[in-house]
Each structure stands twice: as structure tokens, then as C-alpha cells.
Write a protein that binds this ligand. Structure first.
Ligand code: MN
Ligand code: MN
Length: 299
């Protein structure tokens, strides 16, 4: 099984999941670094992947997405366009991003795309079972029982990660994974700045999706003469036509990002021991990295 890790989701969980009193020898906060590698160890022990790629956020808010929906992730953007991050996280992210390749863990990223798109692309490239580890709801669209693809959802923390197959997605949201995007654009997603269709709440979104089969089916039904859809809903859908076009493009992950060939096999040992040693000392993460190596290293 190929495990595709949304690395930013994992370090955010690690950052908020561990006390701020955890410090590197120099005094900097180090809980995210420690928790990230401990988290990888925990996930590896639980799911036993045979391949692993840590997918990085090459562009957390691509211009091609904000050109479609200006509000997309706007609430989290600083004036210079970078993402607002909590205190002490940036330096730890830099350490994690340097440690991963030094430890021999495969990473993947593209400067114009989010980790979501990189993950979708790597999933599209393989016939293996895939497990996507993320706290990003958008990736529920990749769940596919027929191809043995699920999402390990980190919302409640790393140790309480929940496995989502198609049934679990349907139980939580009321729609099948291949209609998750339709549901999300209709209802909106406040955390990403997607406004949704005015007057259509979660319940109506679920019922429309399940009755008409996605946004395109809903729009066709709204236009149809003698449609059984209530007039108020038909009007709401018609008024939102332009938004729906743009939102579908924003929310659908891109699965053909141009990425180099990636060797996703598990590390057999450090690729760059000097860097590993220097960062281990600087960040005081020797025991977390030992646990990581014990759990992840290929035999
Ligand atoms: Mn994401
Ligand atoms: Mn996303």
C-alpha cells in the first residue's frame, strides 16, 4: 500500500497536539518536529505501508485558483500572499523539510500546486492500494472502494485518526465520495472561503446531489420545464451558475500535475547522515527519530 502524506496537515496536528513547553536545546519550540516524526511512526505501525511519499505544499494558494474564486483561502493570507502561521512553526517546518530527504523519505511537490493536487496525481499514477493521510476535507473526493483508496483523516489528532472508506464518507456527509465536491461547492466551505450557493444549506445540498447526481445534473434539472425542483431552489441554482463553474474547478483536485518520477519505496537508512545528525542535535529529536526509523525503515 502506498501511503501519501499531506505533510502540512501532519505538522499542524503535531504543532497543536503537543505542549508548547517542548523545546529544542537552543530554546526554540520543537513539538511540531518531534510530533511529526512520532506521528509518521504511529501511522506506519498502524497501517503498515510498503511505500510512502510526503507531499509538500508547493503553493498553498495557487493564483490559478484565486483567479477563479478570489476569496479562496483569503482569510488565512498575509498581505505579502504568504500563509499566516502560528508562532514558532515556520522554523520547524524548515527542519522537517530538510530532515525528510536526509532520512531517505520520498517527498513530492510542485511550485504551482497544492499538496492536494500532488497527492491526487501520485494516486492516479499507481494501481496499488492508496492511503491518503490528511486533515483536508477536499481529499475525501479521492476515496474509492473499488480501487482500495481511503483517507486517514487527522481532524481529531494523529492517534485518533479515522479511516474513511466510501461508507464512512456517506455516513459523515450524506453523499458518495465522487459527489463530495458537488456537495462542498453547493454548501460552501467557510474554512477555505468557498461561499456556497445562497439559500442552499447542507441538508438541501445532500438531497439535491443524491436526487440529481451532482452539480451538472442539478443544473440540468433546474432548467428543465416541469421540473419537480422547488422554484426557490431552481432560482438559487440559476443565479449561482457562474459561481458553480468556478467553484467546481477550484475544489476538484488536479490529478495530472507534472511531477518527476518518484521512488516511493520506504527508506532503508539515512540518505544524508551528516544533515540528520546536525538537525537531530539542533532540535533535540533523537528519540523521535529513533522511533521513526524503527517503525518506517524497510527491512
Ligand atoms: Mn490541502
Ligand atoms: Mn484543500
Amino acid at each position: 500500500m502506498l501511503m501519501l502524506i499531506d505533510a502540512a496537515s501532519l505538522w499542524y496536528r503535531a504543532y497543536y497536539g503537543l505542549p508548547s513547553s517542548i523545546k529544542a536545546p537552543g530554546g526554540a519550540r520543537s513539538g511540531a518536529v518531534r510530533g511529526f516524526f512520532d506521528g509518521l511512526a504511529t501511522l506506519s505501525r498502524r497501517f503498515s505501508p510498503t511505500e510512502m511519499v510526503c507531499c509538500l505544499e508547493g503553493n498553498w494558494r495557487p493564483e490559478w485558483r484565486t483567479n477563479l474564486i478570489g476569496e479562496y483561502k483569503a482569510a488565512r493570507a498575509l498581505e505579502d500572499g504568504s500563509e499566516a502561521t502560528p508562532e514558532g512553526l515556520d522554523a520547524q517546518v524548515a527542519a522537517i523539510e530538510a530532515l525528510l530527504p536526509a532520512l531517505g523519505v520520498a517527498t513530492a511537490t510542485h511550485p504551482d500546486f497544492e499538496a492536494d493536487d500532488v497527492i491526487a496525481t501520485l494516486a492516479a499514477r499507481t494501481a496499488e492500494p492508496v492511503c491518503v493521510v490528511t486533515g483536508d476535507r477536499d481529499l475525501f473526493q479521492l476515496v474509492d472502494d473499488g480501487r482500495d483508496r481511503n483517507v486517514v483523516y487527522l481532524a481529531r489528532g494523529i492517534s485518533k485518526a479515522e479511516v474513511f472508506d466510501a461508507e464512512a464518507v456517506a455516513t459523515k456527509f450524506g453523499v458518495a465520495p465522487d459527489h463530495y465536491v458537488d456537495f462542498a461547492v453547493l454548501r460552501g466551505d467557510p474554512s477555505d472561503g468557498l461561499p456556497g450557493v445562497k439559500g442552499i444549506g447542507a441538508k438541501t445540498a445532500v438531497s439535491l446531489v443524491n436526487t440529481y447526481g451532482g452539480v451538472n445534473g442539478i443544473r440540468a434539472a433546474a432548467m428543465e420545464e416541469g421540473s419537480e425542483m422547488p422554484a426557490r431552489q431552481r432560482q438559487a441554482i440559476a443565479d449561482a451558475a457562474d459561481y458553480l463553474d468556478r467553484a467546481l474547478k477550484v475544489s476538484t483536485v488536479v490529478d495530472d500535475v507534472e511531477l518527476p518520477l518518484i521512488d516511493s519505496s520506504l527508506p532503508t537508512g539515512p540518505a544524508d547522515s551528516e544533515t540528520v545528525e546536525a538537525l537531530t542535535e539542533q532540535w533535540g529529536v533523537g528519540s523521535a527519530l529513533r522511533r521513526f526509523r524503527e517503525a518506517v525503515t524497510a527491512e
